[in-house]
Design a protein around this ligand. Structure first.
Ligand code: FAD
Ligand code: SIN
Length: 534
Protein backbone atom coordinates (compact mmCIF):
# COMPACT_ATOMS: atom_id res chain seq x y z
CA UNK A 1 0.00 0.00 0.00
CA UNK A 2 1.32 3.48 -0.76
CA UNK A 3 0.10 7.04 -0.31
CA UNK A 4 1.26 10.20 -2.08
CA UNK A 5 1.71 13.77 -0.82
CA UNK A 6 3.59 16.88 -1.93
CA UNK A 7 5.62 16.87 1.25
CA UNK A 8 6.42 14.35 3.99
CA UNK A 9 7.46 15.65 7.39
CA UNK A 10 9.15 13.27 9.79
CA UNK A 11 8.54 14.42 13.35
CA UNK A 12 5.95 16.40 15.29
CA UNK A 13 8.03 18.71 17.49
CA UNK A 14 8.32 22.47 16.98
CA UNK A 15 10.36 22.05 13.77
CA UNK A 16 8.05 19.54 12.05
CA UNK A 17 4.77 21.13 13.09
CA UNK A 18 5.70 24.71 12.27
CA UNK A 19 7.20 23.65 8.93
CA UNK A 20 4.04 21.67 8.08
CA UNK A 21 1.86 24.69 8.87
CA UNK A 22 4.06 27.00 6.81
CA UNK A 23 4.17 24.72 3.78
CA UNK A 24 0.43 23.88 3.93
CA UNK A 25 -0.25 27.64 3.92
CA UNK A 26 1.33 27.61 0.44
CA UNK A 27 -1.30 25.14 -0.79
CA UNK A 28 0.75 21.92 -0.49
CA UNK A 29 -0.55 18.58 0.76
CA UNK A 30 1.44 17.41 3.76
CA UNK A 31 1.78 14.19 5.76
CA UNK A 32 3.42 14.30 9.18
CA UNK A 33 4.73 10.92 10.36
CA UNK A 34 5.56 10.65 14.03
CA UNK A 35 6.80 7.54 15.74
CA UNK A 36 4.87 7.73 19.03
CA UNK A 37 2.05 9.91 20.38
CA UNK A 38 1.96 13.23 18.55
CA UNK A 39 3.17 15.28 21.55
CA UNK A 40 6.11 12.95 22.34
CA UNK A 41 9.05 15.22 21.60
CA UNK A 42 11.85 17.21 23.23
CA UNK A 43 9.84 20.29 22.37
CA UNK A 44 7.16 19.17 24.80
CA UNK A 45 9.79 19.10 27.58
CA UNK A 46 11.45 22.46 26.89
CA UNK A 47 11.54 24.65 29.97
CA UNK A 48 13.66 27.82 29.81
CA UNK A 49 12.22 29.30 26.63
CA UNK A 50 12.99 30.79 23.25
CA UNK A 51 15.70 33.40 22.74
CA UNK A 52 14.73 36.37 20.57
CA UNK A 53 15.31 40.09 20.53
CA UNK A 54 12.04 41.68 21.65
CA UNK A 55 13.06 44.19 24.35
CA UNK A 56 13.77 47.83 23.52
CA UNK A 57 16.93 47.53 25.63
CA UNK A 58 18.21 44.60 23.52
CA UNK A 59 19.43 44.45 19.92
CA UNK A 60 20.42 41.97 17.17
CA UNK A 61 24.19 42.60 17.42
CA UNK A 62 24.10 41.71 21.14
CA UNK A 63 22.27 38.41 20.52
CA UNK A 64 24.66 37.65 17.64
CA UNK A 65 27.68 38.42 19.85
CA UNK A 66 26.48 36.11 22.64
CA UNK A 67 25.77 33.29 20.16
CA UNK A 68 29.22 33.63 18.57
CA UNK A 69 30.95 33.73 21.96
CA UNK A 70 29.18 30.56 23.15
CA UNK A 71 29.98 28.82 19.82
CA UNK A 72 33.71 29.25 20.48
CA UNK A 73 34.83 30.32 17.01
CA UNK A 74 32.91 27.73 15.00
CA UNK A 75 29.56 29.42 14.27
CA UNK A 76 28.87 30.65 10.76
CA UNK A 77 28.38 34.40 11.37
CA UNK A 78 26.11 34.83 8.31
CA UNK A 79 23.81 32.10 9.56
CA UNK A 80 23.81 33.52 13.09
CA UNK A 81 22.85 36.97 11.82
CA UNK A 82 20.06 35.60 9.60
CA UNK A 83 18.50 33.41 12.31
CA UNK A 84 18.70 36.08 15.01
CA UNK A 85 17.17 38.65 12.63
CA UNK A 86 14.22 36.35 11.78
CA UNK A 87 13.50 35.71 15.49
CA UNK A 88 10.95 38.45 16.24
CA UNK A 89 8.90 37.66 13.09
CA UNK A 90 8.74 34.00 14.09
CA UNK A 91 7.65 34.99 17.60
CA UNK A 92 4.75 36.84 15.96
CA UNK A 93 3.92 33.76 13.89
CA UNK A 94 3.91 31.58 17.03
CA UNK A 95 1.49 34.09 18.58
CA UNK A 96 -0.77 33.72 15.52
CA UNK A 97 -0.77 29.96 16.10
CA UNK A 98 -1.88 30.58 19.67
CA UNK A 99 1.31 30.64 21.78
CA UNK A 100 0.94 33.10 24.67
CA UNK A 101 4.31 33.81 26.28
CA UNK A 102 4.36 34.97 29.93
CA UNK A 103 3.95 38.71 30.38
CA UNK A 104 4.98 40.98 33.24
CA UNK A 105 2.84 43.46 35.21
CA UNK A 106 3.33 46.21 32.55
CA UNK A 107 1.97 43.91 29.78
CA UNK A 108 5.35 43.38 28.04
CA UNK A 109 7.04 39.98 27.78
CA UNK A 110 8.49 38.71 31.07
CA UNK A 111 11.98 37.95 29.79
CA UNK A 112 14.22 35.34 31.40
CA UNK A 113 18.00 35.10 31.40
CA UNK A 114 20.20 32.04 30.87
CA UNK A 115 23.87 31.09 30.56
CA UNK A 116 25.93 33.04 28.02
CA UNK A 117 23.27 35.73 27.46
CA UNK A 118 24.37 39.25 28.27
CA UNK A 119 20.75 40.41 28.55
CA UNK A 120 17.28 39.21 29.48
CA UNK A 121 15.90 37.92 26.16
CA UNK A 122 14.25 34.53 26.83
CA UNK A 123 10.52 34.37 26.08
CA UNK A 124 8.92 31.68 28.17
CA UNK A 125 5.69 30.35 29.59
CA UNK A 126 6.71 29.89 33.24
CA UNK A 127 8.87 26.72 33.05
CA UNK A 128 6.50 24.94 30.62
CA UNK A 129 7.39 26.77 27.42
CA UNK A 130 7.69 23.65 25.28
CA UNK A 131 4.41 22.11 26.38
CA UNK A 132 2.48 25.26 25.59
CA UNK A 133 4.15 25.61 22.16
CA UNK A 134 3.52 21.94 21.34
CA UNK A 135 -0.16 22.18 22.34
CA UNK A 136 -0.71 25.33 20.31
CA UNK A 137 0.97 23.93 17.19
CA UNK A 138 -0.91 20.63 17.39
CA UNK A 139 -4.20 22.54 17.62
CA UNK A 140 -3.23 24.66 14.60
CA UNK A 141 -2.32 21.49 12.65
CA UNK A 142 -5.68 19.90 13.53
CA UNK A 143 -7.41 22.95 12.01
CA UNK A 144 -5.44 22.68 8.72
CA UNK A 145 -7.21 20.39 6.20
CA UNK A 146 -4.12 20.01 4.00
CA UNK A 147 -2.17 18.25 6.78
CA UNK A 148 -2.63 14.56 7.63
CA UNK A 149 -0.95 13.44 10.87
CA UNK A 150 0.08 9.78 11.21
CA UNK A 151 0.85 8.82 14.82
CA UNK A 152 2.86 5.67 15.56
CA UNK A 153 4.46 5.63 12.11
CA UNK A 154 8.20 5.09 12.35
CA UNK A 155 10.15 6.38 9.33
CA UNK A 156 12.79 3.77 8.53
CA UNK A 157 14.62 5.13 5.51
CA UNK A 158 14.43 7.72 2.78
CA UNK A 159 13.76 6.21 -0.64
CA UNK A 160 15.96 7.72 -3.34
CA UNK A 161 16.47 7.16 -7.06
CA UNK A 162 19.94 5.89 -6.35
CA UNK A 163 18.58 3.19 -4.04
CA UNK A 164 16.31 1.94 -6.80
CA UNK A 165 18.91 2.38 -9.56
CA UNK A 166 22.39 2.22 -7.98
CA UNK A 167 24.08 3.47 -11.16
CA UNK A 168 22.45 6.88 -10.71
CA UNK A 169 25.29 9.35 -10.13
CA UNK A 170 25.20 11.04 -6.72
CA UNK A 171 24.55 14.41 -8.37
CA UNK A 172 21.44 13.03 -10.10
CA UNK A 173 20.01 11.49 -6.96
CA UNK A 174 16.72 12.74 -5.51
CA UNK A 175 14.12 11.86 -2.92
CA UNK A 176 11.07 9.74 -3.80
CA UNK A 177 9.54 9.11 -0.37
CA UNK A 178 10.06 7.05 2.78
CA UNK A 179 9.42 3.58 4.07
CA UNK A 180 7.66 3.70 7.43
CA UNK A 181 6.72 1.05 9.95
CA UNK A 182 3.15 1.14 11.23
CA UNK A 183 4.22 0.44 14.80
CA UNK A 184 0.81 -0.85 15.84
CA UNK A 185 0.46 -3.58 13.24
CA UNK A 186 4.07 -4.22 12.17
CA UNK A 187 3.54 -3.51 8.45
CA UNK A 188 5.96 -1.37 6.46
CA UNK A 189 4.24 1.13 4.15
CA UNK A 190 5.50 3.38 1.37
CA UNK A 191 4.83 7.11 1.53
CA UNK A 192 5.63 8.83 -1.76
CA UNK A 193 6.61 12.50 -2.09
CA UNK A 194 9.24 14.55 -3.94
CA UNK A 195 10.13 16.27 -0.64
CA UNK A 196 11.00 14.85 2.76
CA UNK A 197 11.63 17.18 5.70
CA UNK A 198 13.58 15.54 8.53
CA UNK A 199 12.46 17.08 11.83
CA UNK A 200 13.32 14.13 14.04
CA UNK A 201 15.04 15.99 16.89
CA UNK A 202 18.09 14.94 18.87
CA UNK A 203 19.91 11.83 20.04
CA UNK A 204 20.31 12.15 23.83
CA UNK A 205 19.35 8.49 24.26
CA UNK A 206 22.78 7.53 22.96
CA UNK A 207 24.04 8.37 26.48
CA UNK A 208 23.21 6.59 29.72
CA UNK A 209 22.19 9.83 31.44
CA UNK A 210 20.17 12.33 29.47
CA UNK A 211 17.55 15.03 29.89
CA UNK A 212 15.93 13.87 26.63
CA UNK A 213 12.71 11.89 26.13
CA UNK A 214 12.79 8.34 24.75
CA UNK A 215 12.11 9.47 21.17
CA UNK A 216 15.56 11.14 20.94
CA UNK A 217 17.39 8.34 19.13
CA UNK A 218 19.04 10.21 16.26
CA UNK A 219 16.86 8.60 13.56
CA UNK A 220 17.04 11.53 11.15
CA UNK A 221 20.82 11.80 11.24
CA UNK A 222 21.12 8.05 10.67
CA UNK A 223 18.62 8.11 7.78
CA UNK A 224 20.37 11.03 6.11
CA UNK A 225 23.74 9.37 6.57
CA UNK A 226 22.52 6.14 4.98
CA UNK A 227 21.19 8.20 2.05
CA UNK A 228 24.70 9.61 1.45
CA UNK A 229 24.10 13.07 2.93
CA UNK A 230 26.82 15.07 4.67
CA UNK A 231 26.82 15.07 8.46
CA UNK A 232 28.73 17.71 10.42
CA UNK A 233 30.17 18.49 13.88
CA UNK A 234 28.68 15.50 15.69
CA UNK A 235 31.37 15.61 18.41
CA UNK A 236 29.69 18.67 19.94
CA UNK A 237 27.33 17.03 22.41
CA UNK A 238 25.99 19.51 24.90
CA UNK A 239 25.80 18.27 28.49
CA UNK A 240 23.34 20.39 30.42
CA UNK A 241 24.97 21.35 33.73
CA UNK A 242 21.96 20.91 35.98
CA UNK A 243 19.82 17.80 35.80
CA UNK A 244 18.16 16.72 39.03
CA UNK A 245 20.20 13.93 40.56
CA UNK A 246 18.23 10.85 41.56
CA UNK A 247 19.19 7.27 42.18
CA UNK A 248 16.75 6.03 39.49
CA UNK A 249 19.02 7.28 36.71
CA UNK A 250 16.26 9.46 35.18
CA UNK A 251 17.49 13.02 34.75
CA UNK A 252 14.80 15.68 35.04
CA UNK A 253 16.05 19.05 33.84
CA UNK A 254 16.46 21.93 36.27
CA UNK A 255 16.30 24.89 33.92
CA UNK A 256 19.20 27.28 33.57
CA UNK A 257 16.57 29.97 34.09
CA UNK A 258 16.98 29.32 37.84
CA UNK A 259 20.57 30.52 37.58
CA UNK A 260 19.19 33.43 35.54
CA UNK A 261 17.19 34.30 38.67
CA UNK A 262 20.25 34.14 40.90
CA UNK A 263 20.63 30.42 41.78
CA UNK A 264 24.23 29.48 42.62
CA UNK A 265 26.13 26.22 42.17
CA UNK A 266 27.91 25.00 45.30
CA UNK A 267 30.24 22.10 45.91
CA UNK A 268 29.64 19.76 48.83
CA UNK A 269 31.72 22.07 51.05
CA UNK A 270 29.18 24.82 50.25
CA UNK A 271 31.61 26.90 48.12
CA UNK A 272 30.21 28.82 45.11
CA UNK A 273 32.87 27.38 42.79
CA UNK A 274 31.86 29.08 39.50
CA UNK A 275 33.08 32.47 40.78
CA UNK A 276 36.70 31.60 40.15
CA UNK A 277 36.07 29.92 36.80
CA UNK A 278 34.49 32.54 34.49
CA UNK A 279 33.60 36.24 34.65
CA UNK A 280 29.89 35.32 34.18
CA UNK A 281 30.23 32.82 37.08
CA UNK A 282 27.07 30.65 37.23
CA UNK A 283 25.82 32.16 33.98
CA UNK A 284 28.87 31.19 31.93
CA UNK A 285 28.19 29.22 28.71
CA UNK A 286 27.13 25.62 29.30
CA UNK A 287 30.31 23.86 28.20
CA UNK A 288 32.28 25.77 30.83
CA UNK A 289 29.77 25.19 33.64
CA UNK A 290 29.37 21.46 32.86
CA UNK A 291 33.15 20.95 32.82
CA UNK A 292 33.53 22.84 36.10
CA UNK A 293 30.89 20.62 37.75
CA UNK A 294 32.54 17.49 36.31
CA UNK A 295 35.89 18.65 37.75
CA UNK A 296 34.32 19.35 41.18
CA UNK A 297 32.71 15.92 41.25
CA UNK A 298 35.95 14.19 40.25
CA UNK A 299 37.93 16.18 42.84
CA UNK A 300 35.59 15.36 45.72
CA UNK A 301 34.32 11.95 44.55
CA UNK A 302 30.77 13.26 45.10
CA UNK A 303 27.85 12.01 43.01
CA UNK A 304 26.49 15.56 42.49
CA UNK A 305 26.89 19.24 43.34
CA UNK A 306 24.26 21.54 44.81
CA UNK A 307 22.06 24.22 43.27
CA UNK A 308 21.01 26.91 45.71
CA UNK A 309 18.03 29.21 45.07
CA UNK A 310 17.03 29.63 48.72
CA UNK A 311 17.18 33.43 48.42
CA UNK A 312 13.77 33.28 46.64
CA UNK A 313 10.58 32.69 48.59
CA UNK A 314 8.27 29.74 48.07
CA UNK A 315 5.35 31.67 46.58
CA UNK A 316 7.57 33.25 43.95
CA UNK A 317 9.23 29.92 43.09
CA UNK A 318 5.88 28.13 42.79
CA UNK A 319 4.63 30.80 40.39
CA UNK A 320 7.74 31.12 38.22
CA UNK A 321 8.85 27.43 38.17
CA UNK A 322 5.74 25.33 38.93
CA UNK A 323 6.93 22.20 37.09
CA UNK A 324 10.41 22.18 38.61
CA UNK A 325 9.01 22.95 42.05
CA UNK A 326 6.72 19.91 41.75
CA UNK A 327 9.48 17.59 40.47
CA UNK A 328 11.71 18.51 43.43
CA UNK A 329 8.75 18.11 45.78
CA UNK A 330 8.28 14.55 44.52
CA UNK A 331 11.78 13.81 45.83
CA UNK A 332 10.99 15.48 49.17
CA UNK A 333 12.88 18.69 48.31
CA UNK A 334 11.63 22.26 48.66
CA UNK A 335 13.37 24.73 46.32
CA UNK A 336 12.86 27.55 48.84
CA UNK A 337 14.46 25.70 51.73
CA UNK A 338 16.69 22.90 50.42
CA UNK A 339 19.84 22.63 48.38
CA UNK A 340 19.02 20.72 45.16
CA UNK A 341 21.38 17.90 44.04
CA UNK A 342 22.30 18.35 40.36
CA UNK A 343 24.55 16.65 37.80
CA UNK A 344 25.33 17.19 34.11
CA UNK A 345 23.45 15.05 31.58
CA UNK A 346 23.51 14.71 27.78
CA UNK A 347 21.10 17.34 26.47
CA UNK A 348 21.58 18.49 22.89
CA UNK A 349 23.41 17.60 19.66
CA UNK A 350 24.96 20.74 18.16
CA UNK A 351 25.99 18.92 14.98
CA UNK A 352 23.76 16.97 12.61
CA UNK A 353 22.66 16.82 9.01
CA UNK A 354 24.49 19.61 7.17
CA UNK A 355 22.05 22.14 5.72
CA UNK A 356 22.07 25.49 4.03
CA UNK A 357 20.28 28.48 5.54
CA UNK A 358 17.30 27.34 3.41
CA UNK A 359 17.22 23.92 5.19
CA UNK A 360 18.45 22.09 2.06
CA UNK A 361 20.72 19.06 2.48
CA UNK A 362 23.15 17.78 -0.14
CA UNK A 363 20.41 15.46 -1.56
CA UNK A 364 17.74 17.01 -3.83
CA UNK A 365 14.36 16.92 -2.12
CA UNK A 366 15.74 16.12 1.33
CA UNK A 367 15.49 18.93 3.89
CA UNK A 368 16.23 19.07 7.61
CA UNK A 369 15.35 21.51 10.38
CA UNK A 370 15.39 21.64 14.16
CA UNK A 371 17.80 19.71 16.35
CA UNK A 372 18.52 17.09 13.64
CA UNK A 373 20.14 19.75 11.43
CA UNK A 374 23.49 21.51 11.57
CA UNK A 375 23.03 24.98 10.08
CA UNK A 376 26.11 26.67 11.52
CA UNK A 377 24.17 28.57 14.23
CA UNK A 378 25.54 26.73 17.25
CA UNK A 379 29.18 26.13 16.31
CA UNK A 380 31.00 24.26 19.07
CA UNK A 381 28.44 25.01 21.80
CA UNK A 382 24.80 26.12 21.57
CA UNK A 383 23.72 29.26 23.39
CA UNK A 384 20.82 28.53 25.75
CA UNK A 385 17.32 28.76 24.24
CA UNK A 386 18.66 29.19 20.70
CA UNK A 387 17.30 25.75 19.76
CA UNK A 388 13.59 26.60 19.75
CA UNK A 389 14.52 29.80 17.92
CA UNK A 390 16.50 27.95 15.25
CA UNK A 391 13.78 25.32 14.78
CA UNK A 392 11.01 27.80 14.11
CA UNK A 393 13.11 30.11 11.93
CA UNK A 394 14.50 27.27 9.83
CA UNK A 395 11.06 25.69 9.44
CA UNK A 396 9.84 28.92 7.85
CA UNK A 397 12.88 29.28 5.63
CA UNK A 398 12.54 25.59 4.70
CA UNK A 399 8.91 26.12 3.66
CA UNK A 400 9.99 28.88 1.23
CA UNK A 401 12.69 26.77 -0.38
CA UNK A 402 10.48 23.64 -0.57
CA UNK A 403 7.85 25.68 -2.37
CA UNK A 404 10.44 26.80 -4.94
CA UNK A 405 11.72 23.22 -5.32
CA UNK A 406 8.22 21.83 -5.89
CA UNK A 407 7.59 24.37 -8.61
CA UNK A 408 10.84 23.31 -10.32
CA UNK A 409 9.87 19.62 -10.00
CA UNK A 410 6.49 20.33 -11.60
CA UNK A 411 8.16 22.21 -14.47
CA UNK A 412 10.68 19.39 -15.07
CA UNK A 413 7.95 16.70 -15.30
CA UNK A 414 10.52 13.98 -14.65
CA UNK A 415 8.97 10.48 -14.66
CA UNK A 416 8.47 9.04 -11.17
CA UNK A 417 9.82 5.49 -10.97
CA UNK A 418 7.87 2.63 -9.39
CA UNK A 419 8.87 1.90 -5.83
CA UNK A 420 9.02 -1.79 -4.98
CA UNK A 421 7.08 -2.82 -1.86
CA UNK A 422 9.03 -3.55 1.34
CA UNK A 423 9.91 -7.23 1.63
CA UNK A 424 9.79 -8.59 5.16
CA UNK A 425 12.60 -11.14 5.34
CA UNK A 426 10.88 -11.90 8.44
CA UNK A 427 10.38 -13.74 11.62
CA UNK A 428 13.38 -14.47 13.79
CA UNK A 429 13.40 -16.01 17.23
CA UNK A 430 11.71 -13.53 19.58
CA UNK A 431 13.73 -14.91 22.56
CA UNK A 432 16.79 -13.61 20.76
CA UNK A 433 15.43 -10.08 21.02
CA UNK A 434 16.84 -9.77 24.53
CA UNK A 435 20.14 -9.08 22.75
CA UNK A 436 18.65 -5.80 21.55
CA UNK A 437 18.13 -4.49 25.08
CA UNK A 438 21.56 -5.75 26.21
CA UNK A 439 23.27 -4.03 23.29
CA UNK A 440 21.25 -0.88 23.88
CA UNK A 441 22.47 -0.71 27.51
CA UNK A 442 26.05 -1.47 26.54
CA UNK A 443 26.08 1.28 23.92
CA UNK A 444 24.68 3.93 26.27
CA UNK A 445 27.18 3.06 29.01
CA UNK A 446 30.10 2.97 26.56
CA UNK A 447 29.19 6.45 25.31
CA UNK A 448 28.82 7.80 28.85
CA UNK A 449 32.11 6.32 30.05
CA UNK A 450 34.28 6.95 26.98
CA UNK A 451 32.73 9.80 25.00
CA UNK A 452 31.60 12.11 27.80
CA UNK A 453 32.46 15.60 29.02
CA UNK A 454 36.25 14.97 29.17
CA UNK A 455 37.70 12.76 26.44
CA UNK A 456 40.97 11.07 25.48
CA UNK A 457 41.98 9.56 22.14
CA UNK A 458 42.46 6.18 23.79
CA UNK A 459 38.93 6.15 25.21
CA UNK A 460 37.45 7.31 21.91
CA UNK A 461 39.22 4.48 20.11
CA UNK A 462 37.97 2.00 22.67
CA UNK A 463 34.43 3.28 22.11
CA UNK A 464 34.85 3.01 18.34
CA UNK A 465 35.89 -0.62 18.65
CA UNK A 466 32.88 -1.52 20.85
CA UNK A 467 30.45 0.34 18.61
CA UNK A 468 31.79 -1.52 15.55
CA UNK A 469 31.20 -4.89 17.27
CA UNK A 470 27.68 -3.97 18.37
CA UNK A 471 26.88 -2.58 14.91
CA UNK A 472 27.87 -5.85 13.19
CA UNK A 473 25.59 -7.79 15.49
CA UNK A 474 22.65 -5.44 14.97
CA UNK A 475 23.07 -5.30 11.18
CA UNK A 476 22.74 -9.06 11.22
CA UNK A 477 19.47 -8.74 13.14
CA UNK A 478 18.22 -6.04 10.81
CA UNK A 479 18.56 -8.27 7.77
CA UNK A 480 17.21 -11.44 9.38
CA UNK A 481 14.37 -10.32 11.66
CA UNK A 482 11.09 -8.50 11.13
CA UNK A 483 11.82 -4.91 12.03
CA UNK A 484 10.33 -3.31 15.13
CA UNK A 485 10.80 0.12 16.69
CA UNK A 486 13.39 -0.98 19.29
CA UNK A 487 15.58 -2.64 16.69
CA UNK A 488 15.32 0.33 14.32
CA UNK A 489 16.17 2.77 17.11
CA UNK A 490 19.18 0.76 18.22
CA UNK A 491 20.43 0.56 14.63
CA UNK A 492 20.12 4.34 14.38
CA UNK A 493 21.72 4.97 17.79
CA UNK A 494 24.71 2.84 16.82
CA UNK A 495 25.12 4.74 13.58
CA UNK A 496 24.91 8.08 15.40
CA UNK A 497 27.34 6.92 18.12
CA UNK A 498 29.81 5.97 15.38
CA UNK A 499 29.44 9.42 13.80
CA UNK A 500 30.00 11.18 17.16
CA UNK A 501 33.18 9.20 17.76
CA UNK A 502 34.47 9.63 14.19
CA UNK A 503 33.95 13.40 14.33
CA UNK A 504 35.59 13.51 17.78
CA UNK A 505 38.62 11.63 16.45
CA UNK A 506 38.87 14.06 13.51
CA UNK A 507 39.19 17.03 15.85
CA UNK A 508 42.75 17.45 17.13
CA UNK A 509 41.98 20.29 19.51
CA UNK A 510 39.76 21.19 22.47
CA UNK A 511 37.03 23.60 21.47
CA UNK A 512 33.62 24.32 22.96
CA UNK A 513 31.97 21.10 24.05
CA UNK A 514 34.77 18.89 22.75
CA UNK A 515 37.43 18.71 25.47
CA UNK A 516 40.15 16.12 24.88
CA UNK A 517 43.13 15.67 27.18
CA UNK A 518 45.58 14.75 24.37
CA UNK A 519 44.87 18.02 22.51
CA UNK A 520 44.17 20.60 25.24
CA UNK A 521 44.70 23.66 23.01
CA UNK A 522 42.45 25.29 20.45
CA UNK A 523 43.81 25.39 16.88
CA UNK A 524 44.18 28.83 15.34
CA UNK A 525 41.77 28.05 12.48
CA UNK A 526 38.33 26.70 13.31
CA UNK A 527 37.01 24.03 10.93
CA UNK A 528 33.83 21.96 10.86
CA UNK A 529 34.26 18.20 11.02
CA UNK A 530 32.49 16.62 8.05
CA UNK A 531 31.54 13.04 7.24
CA UNK A 532 30.01 11.58 4.08
CA UNK A 533 29.33 7.87 3.59
CA UNK A 534 31.48 6.37 0.84
P1 FAD B 1 11.62 17.22 18.77
O1 FAD B 1 10.80 18.21 19.47
O2 FAD B 1 12.42 16.29 19.60
O3 FAD B 1 10.65 16.36 17.84
C1 FAD B 1 11.15 15.24 17.14
C2 FAD B 1 9.97 14.49 16.57
O4 FAD B 1 10.42 13.52 15.64
C3 FAD B 1 9.18 13.73 17.61
O5 FAD B 1 7.81 13.88 17.29
C4 FAD B 1 9.59 12.28 17.38
O6 FAD B 1 8.66 11.32 17.79
C5 FAD B 1 9.77 12.28 15.89
N1 FAD B 1 10.62 11.22 15.33
C6 FAD B 1 11.91 10.97 15.62
N2 FAD B 1 12.34 9.93 14.87
C7 FAD B 1 11.30 9.53 14.10
C8 FAD B 1 11.12 8.51 13.14
N3 FAD B 1 12.09 7.66 12.80
N4 FAD B 1 9.91 8.39 12.54
C9 FAD B 1 8.88 9.21 12.87
N5 FAD B 1 9.00 10.19 13.80
C10 FAD B 1 10.20 10.35 14.39
N6 FAD B 1 15.74 24.38 23.78
C11 FAD B 1 15.48 25.70 23.87
O7 FAD B 1 15.74 26.44 22.92
N7 FAD B 1 14.90 26.20 24.99
C12 FAD B 1 14.59 25.42 26.06
O8 FAD B 1 14.04 25.91 27.04
C13 FAD B 1 14.88 24.03 26.00
N8 FAD B 1 14.63 23.22 27.05
C14 FAD B 1 14.82 21.88 26.90
C15 FAD B 1 14.48 21.03 27.95
C16 FAD B 1 14.61 19.65 27.81
C17 FAD B 1 14.25 18.75 28.95
C18 FAD B 1 15.08 19.12 26.59
C19 FAD B 1 15.20 17.64 26.41
C20 FAD B 1 15.46 19.97 25.56
C21 FAD B 1 15.34 21.34 25.71
N9 FAD B 1 15.69 22.21 24.68
C22 FAD B 1 15.44 23.55 24.81
C23 FAD B 1 16.08 21.70 23.39
C24 FAD B 1 14.83 21.76 22.47
O9 FAD B 1 13.69 21.42 23.23
C25 FAD B 1 14.95 20.80 21.32
O10 FAD B 1 16.20 20.95 20.69
C26 FAD B 1 13.84 21.11 20.31
O11 FAD B 1 12.59 21.04 20.95
C27 FAD B 1 13.91 20.13 19.17
O12 FAD B 1 12.78 20.30 18.38
P2 FAD B 1 12.60 19.38 17.11
O13 FAD B 1 11.29 19.71 16.54
O14 FAD B 1 13.81 19.46 16.28
O15 FAD B 1 12.59 17.88 17.72
C1 SIN C 1 16.98 25.13 30.14
O1 SIN C 1 15.86 25.54 30.42
O2 SIN C 1 17.95 25.18 30.91
C2 SIN C 1 17.19 24.51 28.80
C3 SIN C 1 17.34 25.57 27.82
C4 SIN C 1 17.99 25.04 26.56
O3 SIN C 1 18.31 23.88 26.43
O4 SIN C 1 18.22 25.89 25.68
Amino acid sequence: MSQSFDVLVIGSGIAGLSFALDVAKRGRSVAILTKKDKADSSTNWAQGGLAAVTALTDDFPAHVRDTLAAGDGLCDPKVVRAIVRDGPECVRELAEWGVRFSRGPGGGYELGREGGHGARRILHVKDMTGRIIEEALLKAVAREPRIALFEHFFAIDVITRRKLAPRTPRGGDRVLGVHALDVRDGRVLTFRAPVVMLATGGAGQVYLYTTNPDIATGDGVAMAWRAGVEVRNMEFIQFHPTALYSATGRRFLISEALRGEGAVLRNLAGEAFMRGVHPLADLAPRDIVARAIDAEMKKSGAAHVWLDIRHRNEAWLRRRFPQIFAACRALGLNLARDLIPVVPAAHYVCGGVATTIAAETSLSGLYACGEVACTGLHGANRLASNSLLEAVVMARRGADSVDRYLRAVARARAPVPDIPVWVDLGGGDTDERVVISHNWDELRRTMWDYVGIMRTTKRLERARHRIANLSREIQDYYWNFSVDARLLELRNLLQVAGLIVDCALQRKESRGLHAIADHPRKLRTARDSRLVKK
